[in-house]
Design a protein around this ligand. Structure first.
Ligand code: ATP
Length: 261
């Protein structure tokens, strides 16, 4: 099911933070949301998850406005992983992941077999099964980040919106988490990820939404968007863009641009 942002404008504290955002995010693909600090990436993701009400325009899942979905249905359909998420209760890690199943369960009902299986799969995918009994606030930052991703994965949403899911992860877990997110997309679900690392973005993204100053600089298939010119215009840096043998993009920042658009 497509996630459509239609003429989206967002105002926060009387500042226009997003303006005229129109883009269709496609399921079955990984969309990387890129742009410099303050471009509006997190705001866009939060608005797509209906956590911020837009001042103009709509977010639609298929043909339904996400603002009008019942909150439980919305939580089943759209999984959102915030930037620098924390956990306020010091409960066991497996219980944190199980929270991802709450929108699927009747109030006060015990988890069913499918709920338990989804939690097990999510913990295996994020390599957190060995942490199941540990109090979540005793985990390292990177371990906790993987647990919180597991919570979103356990919810098996149609769309998974992740805001900088690599923050705090060591290099191998960065690759692993992106591979898991790619697998989610290959299952036909939608995945949109805010990323700062251009190398990872080039490797994993099918589509790219490039933001600058609250507007879409350009969007579309990764190879069309991640060009040296577009990346210079967005970030003010020179980026080498090569193809690897598998056809994927290898985007390597090489220095500050002498002149920016
Ligand atoms: N509650 C708020 N009130 C006013 N302005 C805000 C608020 N939240 C964010 N902003 C501003 O909106 C703009 C976009 O912020 P946002 O966090 O979406 O950017 P971002 O692209 O995710 O940045 P970063 O890469 O630094 O995480 C920034 O200029 C920020 O200062």
């Amino acid at each position: 099911m497509e996630l459509t942002l239609d003429d989206l404008g967002v105002t926060l504290s009387r500042r226009r933070v997003l303006d005229g955002i129109s883009v269709i995010l496609r399921p079955g693909r990984v969309t990387a949301i890129l742009g410099p600090n303050g471009a509006g990436k997190s705001t866009l993701l939060r608005t797509a998850a209906a956590l911020i009400a837009p001042a103009t325009g709509t977010v639609r899942l298929g043909d339904r406005n996400v603002a009008t979905l019942d909150p439980r249905e919305r939580a089943r359909r759209i999984g959102y992983l915030p930037q620098n998420a924390g956990v306020h209760w010091n409960i066991a890690t497996s219980e944190v992941v199980a929270l991802g199943r709450l929108p699927h369960r009747a109030p006060f009902a015990a988890p069913g077999q499918h709920d338990l299986d989804a939690v097990t799969r999510a913990m295996a995918a994020t390599e957190t099964a060995h942490l199941a009994d540990r109090p979540v606030n005793e985990l390292s930052g990177g371990e906790r980040a993987r647990v919180l991703l597991a919570r979103v994965l356990a919810g098996e949403p149609d769309w998974l919106l992740a805001d900088e899911p690599l923050a705090g992860l060591d290099p191998r877990h960065q690759f692993d988490i992106l591979d898991r997110l790619q697998e989610v997309a290959r299952q036909g679900r939608g995945v949109a990820i805010v990323l700062h690392d251009l190398l990872h973005a080039g490797r994993v993204a099918d589509d790219v939404l490039l933001l600058k100053e609250g507007r879409v600089l350009t969007s579309g298939e990764a190879a069309a968007v991640m060009t040296p010119d577009n990346l210079r215009a967005a970030f003010g840096v020179e980026v080498s863009v090569q193809r690897n043998t598998g056809g994927g993009l290898v985007c390597t920042p090489i220095g500050r641009a002498l002149a920016t658009a």
